[in-house]
Design a protein around this ligand. Structure first.
Ligand SMILES: [Zn+2]
Length: 109
């Protein structure tokens, strides 16, 4: 959530032009200061993700839910299947398999 990031961090995102619209669907609400957008960690702090602009994705509320609840677990499952043949070794953040981001926001999952 944006509240988790410092003003300096948000300024860096804004300066990089990353707070203009949802980076998945393009949605924005121009009349809101934050355009209805939140920055979400790609790899959470609990999984060792750094506090850097290249470790966040700017999402609208709908895409944030889809990302945490469905995409991360789906990718984690796909990586697990790929790794079973031992020809690949994808490192999957632990929170991707558990929808940790949803719990961190207090969402009911
Ligand atoms: Zn979106």
């Amino acid at each position: 959530m944006m509240a988790a990031f410092s003003p300096k961090f948000k300024r860096a995102l804004r300066k990089a032009g990353r707070l203009e619209c949802c980076e998945v669907c393009g949605w924005k609400v121009p009349r809101l200061a934050n355009k209805g957008l939140d920055a979400s960690h790609i790899v959470s702090k609990n999984s060792g993700g750094p506090e850097r602009v290249d470790n966040v994705i700017v999402l609208c509320p709908r895409c944030a839910v889809v990302f945490d609840r469905f995409l991360k677990p789906a990718i984690a499952k796909a990586f697990k299947l790929c790794n079973q043949n031992k020809q690949t070794k994808y490192a999957t953040p632990k929170d991707w398999a558990t929808a940790e981001g949803m719990r961190a926001r207090g969402d009911n999952i």
